[in-house]
Design a binder for this molecule. Structure first.
Ligand code: ADP
Length: 453
């Protein structure tokens, strides 16, 4: 990628361009208005002089020659249709007679440059006196106007680059000041890594500017990252801990068998215990695998319209063996076909975990009620109700957390690692549903899985 100049340099560049355009416009405007004002002054002089000469022609023609020789009006010519009648001395001296044509129209205002290079502005006017038409032409040197304009142009040209240079330096400095928080944020953010995710970027004290908001957004992101990291660390630690227990059990069973006298070892019993522990391991690893694939988004849901009663019946059939072992009865009630669009595999997994819990935590010879139904125009549900030990109110919110078990000893006795309900929650929520729990200690629990039908 081509090396782009930094924001500070770009800001200064754009600022400089805008400044140059503005200064050029302003200077051009000043030059134009000063020129107009100076020319306006010359013109008003000329008009006054024309009026004065006109007065002489009208009332005092005899004195015109005196004026031509001694002023106060220095540059004028009075002529009739045939020839010049009075010409001021300066008019001739400056060579205006040769330059300004006799044909100049009445009311015309023109600029001329005479042979010696001087510039003049002339105004012509005609007047009717004593049945004669006289043409009066008055001139005024324009040189002072041009000198003033040249001086102005020089001043502008000298000040312009200086002003632009000073402004660019100031602009560069201001851009640096404005971007300072970004520098601080970048420096601090680059130092935050996995090991110090609890650090935060400085937020301007009480300021609600863009940089403070940026820092706040970054801080929120860091907080979410920190939270994910903490949960990941806890998950890994919990998983390792859970894996260690059956492994330690297998090792201890093996060691005991190895060190016991040969005639006292019941190989079938030892193998049975090892198989039991490895089964526990397999379940745990399966659950961990499901959760890690769920976290990384690897599990693709294939949603289709299915009968929730069918899915529930399959689940009941699958787990009936476990219930029979505890001489429990599972009663399934269904209000006909309950059609819903879900991924059957993950929903079956969710129901299996909940029903498995009901079987585990309900006493032997009890009845587990499973009901499939519709509770409003759009909500369909599966209820799994047991009359087991129940869950304390304050724990209900936590039973869906990973590795969370209400009664650790009892749960482990049933082979649970506290992952079943977190898998169910993930599965149901990813199918657009949710799980409701009602439970009373020593009376039983009701888990209701609800989907939008
Ligand atoms: P586990 O594999 O330990 O059963 P779960 O995630 O399935 O883990 O459940 C979390 C905890 O919630 C269980 O350890 C148990 O204490 C409690 N629990 C779940 N279902 C029931 C139930 N039907 N009756 C009583 N307690 C339950």
């Amino acid at each position: 990628m081509a090396n782009r100049p930094g924001v500070r340099a770009r800001f200064t560049l754009w600022y400089g361009c805008a400044l140059i355009v503005t200064v050029l416009f302003v200077s051009g405007g000043i030059y134009f208005f000063v020129k107009q004002a100076l020319m306006g002054q010359v013109e008003s002089h000329l008009r006054k002089d024309v009026a004065t000469i006109n007065e002489y022609v009208k009332n005092d023609p005899g004195n015109l020659a005196k004026v031509a020789a001694h002023g106060p009006i220095l540059l004028f010519r009075v002529s009739d249709a045939l020839q010049s009648i009075v010409i001021s001395e300066n008019w001739n001296r400056e060579g205006l007679e040769m330059t300004i044509p006799a044909s100049i129209k009445s009311g015309e205002l023109l600029s001329f440059q005479v042979a010696n290079g001087k510039r003049y502005r002339a105004l012509s006017s005609s007047t009717e006196q004593r049945k004669h038409t006289y043409q009066i032409v008055v001139a005024h040197e324009e040189e002072s106007v041009h000198q003033s304009l040249n001086s102005l142009a020089i001043i502008i040209l000298l000040i312009l680059p200086l002003a632009i240079a000073i402004s660019l330096v100031v602009g560069y400095f201001i851009a640096g000041r404005v971007l300072e928080p970004i520098r601080v944020i970048t420096g601090k953010a680059s130092g935050i890594g996995a090991e110090n995710l609890s650090e935060r970027l400085p937020v301007g004290d009480g300021d609600d500017d863009e940089f403070s908001r940026l820092a706040v957004v970054f801080n929120q992101t860091f907080a979410r990252l920190e939270d994910s990291f903490t949960r990941l660390r806890r998950f890994t630690a919990d998983a390792a801990h859970e894996l260690r227990t059956p492994l330690a059990a297998i090792r201890s069973i093996g060691e005991t068998a190895l060190h016991a006298p040969e005639d006292q070892v019941n190989s079938r019993e030892v193998i049975g215990s090892i198989l039991e522990e490895s089964d526990r391991l397999r379940h745990l690893v399966d659950a961990l695998l499901i959760l890690s694939r769920a976290d990384s988004g690897d599990i693709r849901l294939h949603q289709e319209t299915v009968d929730l009663s069918d899915i529930t019946m399959e689940t009941v059939d699958l787990l009936n063996v476990l219930a029979e072992e505890k001489r429990q009865t599972i009663t399934l009630t269904s209000s006909g076909k309950v059609m819903v669009q879900i991924d059957p595999t993950t929903v079956r997994q969710a129901l299996t975990n909940i029903l498995d819990n009901a079987i585990k935590y309900a006493p032997a010879e009890s009845t587990i009620y499973v009901t499939v139904g519709t509770r409003s125009a759009r909500e369909v549900f599966v209820e799994i109700q047991d009359c087991g030990c129940g869950i304390p109110d304050e724990e209900i919110g936590r039973i869906f957390d990973r590795f969370y078990r209400v009664d650790k000893g009892r749960s482990r006795e049933y082979g649970g690692a506290g992952l079943g309900l977190s898998i169910s929650k993930w599965a149901v929520e990813n199918n657009g549903g949710w799980i409701e729990v009602e439970s009373t200690i020593n009376q039983g629990s009701l888990f209701r899985v609800v989907f939008i039908g």
